[in-house]
Design a protein around this ligand. Structure first.
Ligand code: GAR
Length: 224
């Protein structure tokens, strides 16, 4: 990866507001790189229009057209590799990936998950957080490993769960924080500050003993 030209491929399944945050951050110059392609497993995903509007090439690899996960993941990898990415970002990509796929992109595959991992892996995180009586909730950026939502966490947001929250309003509040933490983590990756070594996150060459917290960062870390 040459400085300033981190090639990013984004995988989506839905509306793509996190994709939009990444598009906007690259356009502002906050991320020293560019999104070279967007792939959806659903032809109707709204995020495909967001990419097209930004002039980013898109592809659809429809999971329903493949008999099993192995063959879907092989087709997905072929589509990804055609764009020669330095980084692959899962942004609301709602498919479970095979170990072979995860290994192929080890150390250059990021995911955003709408909870403070390891709390609430899997689906329906906001409903489950409310049911559990959580006092705070948020989102996590992590390197993807074979374990579902189990890879080492890089950066998290948090917000207080309030009496007025229902799953939809909590999801909306968390989503706004996702749009801050994903571009930030991608910026660090593209700056070469973030690596995965032997299952641990190195930030500026030092192992992270715990996830970074958005609300504890030095303000100098945030883009101007
Ligand atoms: C986001 O909340 C993201 O964290 C979540 O899907 C939503 C996608 O929204 N991802 C997962 O649940 C992954 N397990 P978007 O399409 O507007 O970015």
């Amino acid at each position: 990866m040459s400085a300033g030209d981190c090639r990013i491929v984004v995988l989506i399944s839905g509306g793509g507001t996190n994709l939009q945050a990444l598009i906007d951050a690259t356009a502002r110059g906050d991320i020293p790189g560019r999104i070279v392609g967007v792939i959806s497993n659903r032809p109707e995903a709204g995020g495909l229009q967001r990419a097209a509007r930004a002039g980013i090439p898109t592809a659809v690899v429809d999971h329903t057209a493949y008999p099993d996960r192995e063959r879907f993941d092989a087709a997905l990898a072929e589509a990804i590799d055609a764009w020669r990415p330095d980084l692959v970002c899962l942004a609301g990509f709602m498919r479970i990936l095979t170990p072979g796929f995860v290994a192929r992109y080890a150390g250059r595959l990021l995911n955003i998950h709408p909870s403070r991992l390891p709390r609430f892996r899997g689906l329906d995180t906001h409903t489950r957080a409310l049911a559990a009586g959580e006092t705070e909730h948020g989102a996590s950026i992590h390197f993807v490993t074979e374990e579902l939502d189990g890879g080492p966490v890089i950066l998290q947001s948090r917000l207080p769960v309030q009496a007025h929250h229902d799953p939809a309003s909590l999801a909306a509040d968390v989503l706004r924080t996702e749009h801050v933490i994903y571009p930030l983590a991608v910026r660090w990756f593209c700056q070469g500050r973030l690596t995965l070594r032997e299952g641990r996150v190195l930030f500026d060459g030092r192992p992270l003993t715990e996830a970074l917290q958005l609300d504890e960062l030095d303000p100098a870390e945030l883009p101007a």
